[in-house]
Design a protein around this ligand. Structure first.
Ligand SMILES: Nc1ncnc2c1ncn2[C@@H]1O[C@H](COP(=O)(O)OP(=O)(O)OP(=O)(O)O)[C@@H](O)[C@H]1O
Ligand SMILES: [Mg+2]
Length: 418
C-alpha cells in the first residue's frame, strides 16, 4: 500500500525584482511507478515597491508587497505557504574561481560523497571580499591524482582529490535585508539562489548547457547573465543597464512623462528601426497624454535600438572576457519582462553573432499561463531548483548558504517575527 502512495510537497519560489514581486508554487509528485513530475499550481505577480536597482530600499514597503503576493497565491492555491526559495538579484555579485584540495579519507582510496563535500569546503577557504558572503559554490570539475576533467569522482580510487569551483558572492547587507523582509512577511526561507541561476536552470536543457549557451534576464534596472559550458556554469554577471533605461531614454528623447514613455515602449516599441515605415505615427493621446501630439514609430524604435545595442554590447563584453564571444553554439536565451521588446531576438542574433531565442520553462507541467511568461522564469526556476535540491540532498546543484550563514541569520530574524 505504502508503495503506491504519492509523495507530494509544495515548493514556492519568490523572486523580488525592482518592478515586480513574483511567486510561483509547484508540487512535486512522485510515485515508485511513474517518473517524477513537477507541476506548477500557482503563479502571481504584484507591482514592487521598496526595491530599487535590485536593492531593498524600504523594508516596510517590500514586506507589504511580499505579504500581498503571498496572500494572492494562497487564495489561488488554497493552501498556506510556509517556506520559500528566495531569488537573489541586484547588481552586486562577485564571481571568483577557487580550487580545493584534500587527501581522500578512506584507507581503500575510494572517493565518497563526504570527500566531495570536504574538497568543496576547502575551496571555500579563500578570503571573502569585505562585506560579501558566499551565495553559491559551484563545483565545475574534479581531478583525482592529477587526472583532470572528472565530473563525478564518487566511487573512483585515488589519494588526492582536487575540485575547481566558481564561488558566487552577494553583498551581505542584501541577504540580511531579504531575510528580514521574508521573516516579517511570516514565511521561512528554504535557501537563497541567485535569480539568474534559477532562471537558467529552468529554461535550458542538458544539451544546450553542454554545448554552451548564455541565458540573459533583461529586468528593469539590470540585466543578468549566466553562461554554461560542458554542463556547468562558466560565468555569471550583472550589467547595471536594463529596460528601465529604455523608458528613461524615451522620456528624455520625446519629452514625455515616465508613464507615457513606458506605454510607448510596451505598446509601440520595437528594436529594429529599419523595418518601420517613417510614416507610421503614434498619437500621444492614445498612451495617456492630455494633449494630442504625434511621434513616428521610427523615432521611438531608433531610441530603443540604441539602448538595446548598448545592452547587447555589454553582454558581448562579458563573453569576450571569458573568450566566448560569438562562439556559444546553443546561443542566447532571453528571459525577463525587458526581453518582451519586439524585435529583440533579431537584434540579438546580429548584436551577439549568436543564435537567439526566448526562454520558456522546460521539465515542468502546468495549466497556468503565467508559467510560459518569460517574466516568470526566475520564480519558476526557483521552484524547479527547490524540487531538485529537496530530492537530492546529497548532490546539491550547488553548495550554498543553507545550514551556514542562512541558519545564523534565520536565528537572528526569527526572533523579530511577531
Ligand atoms: N511588453 C513589454 N515590452 C517591453 N518591455 C517590457 C514589456 N513588459 C515589461 N517590460 C519592461 O520590463 C522591465 C521589467 O522587467 P522584469 O519585470 O523582469 O524586472 P524585475 O524582475 O522586476 O527587475 P530586476 O530583475 O531588474 O530587479 C520594465 O522596465 C518594463 O518596462
Ligand atoms: Mg528580475
Amino acid at each position: 500500500m505504502g508503495r503506491d502512495r504519492l509523495h507530494t510537497e509544495l515548493i514556492a519560489g519568490l523572486d523580488i525584482g525592482s518592478s515586480a514581486v513574483r511567486i510561483a508554487v509547484g508540487q512535486f509528485t512522485s510515485s515508485k511507478e511513474s517518473r517524477s513530475n513537477l507541476q506548477i499550481i500557482g503563479a502571481v505577480s504584484v507591482a514592487a515597491e521598496g526595491v530599487q536597482k535590485g536593492q531593498i530600499t524600504s523594508i516596510e514597503d517590500t514586506v507589504s508587497c511580499v505579504s500581498q503576493a503571498l496572500e494572492h497565491i494562497e487564495k489561488m492555491i488554497g493552501v498556506p505557504i510556509e517556506h520559500v526559495w528566495v531569488g537573489v538579484s541586484g547588481n552586486q555579485i562577485i564571481v571568483q574561481e577557487s580550487k580545493g584540495v584534500i587527501a581522500v579519507s578512506r584507507t581503500t582510496g575510494e572517493i565518497a560523497p563526504e570527500d566531495i563535500e570536504r574538497a568543496v569546503d576547502a575551496a571555500k577557504a579563500i578570503s571573502t571580499p569585505l562585506n560579501y558572503e558566499i551565495l553559491h559554490v559551484l563545483p565545475r570539475s574534479f581531478a583525482v591524482d592529477g587526472q583532470t576533467g572528472i565530473k563525478d569522482p564518487v566511487g573512483m580510487t585515488g589519494i588526492r582529490l582536487e575540485v575547481d569551483t566558481k564561488i558566487i558572492y552577494s553583498v551581505s547587507s542584501h541577504i540580511k535585508n531579504l531575510t528580514k523582509v521574508i521573516y516579517r512577511a511570516g514565511v521561512d526561507i528554504d535557501d537563497f539562489v541567485l535569480s539568474i541561476l534559477a532562471a537558467g536552470y529552468v529554461v535550458t536543457n542538458g544539451r544546450q548547457k553542454d554545448l554552451g549557451c548564455v541565458v540573459i534576464n533583461i529586468g528593469g534596472p539590470t540585466t543578468s547573465i549566466v553562461v554554461y559550458e560542458d554542463g556547468d556554469v562558466l560565468h555569471s554577471a550583472v550589467i547595471p543597464i536594463g529596460s528601465a533605461h529604455i523608458t528613461n531614454d524615451l522620456a528624455l528623447g520625446l519629452r514625455v512623462s515616465i508613464d507615457i514613455a513606458e506605454r510607448l515602449k510596451t505598446q509601440y516599441g520595437e528594436c529594429v528601426s529599419k523595418d518601420i515605415s517613417k510614416k507610421e505615427v503614434v498619437d500621444l493621446l492614445d498612451v495617456g497624454s492630455d494633449k494630442s501630439e504625434v511621434v513616428t514609430r521610427y523615432y521611438i524604435a531608433q531610441i530603443i535600438e540604441a539602448r538595446v545595442a548598448e545592452i547587447l554590447e555589454k553582454i558581448d563584453e562579458e563573453l569576450v572576457r571569458i573568450e566566448r564571444s560569438g562562439i556559444l553554439p546553443a546561443g542566447a536565451i532571453f528571459v525577463g519582462s525587458g526581453s518582451k521588446i519586439s524585435g529583440l531576438v533579431d537584434s540579438a542574433k546580429e548584436g551577439l553573432s549568436l543564435p537567439a531565442q526566448l526562454g520558456y520553462p522546460l521539465g515542468v507541467d502546468s495549466i497556468i499561463d503565467k508559467v510560459n511568461d518569460i517574466a516568470f522564469a526566475p520564480a519558476v526556476g526557483l521552484v524547479k531548483w527547490g524540487s531538485f535540491s529537496s530530492q537530492n540532498t546529497r548532490r546539491h546543484l550547488s553548495f550554498s548558504l543553507k545550514g551556514k550563514v542562512g541558519e545564523k541569520v534565520k536565528g537572528i530574524f526569527k526572533s523579530l517575527v511577531p
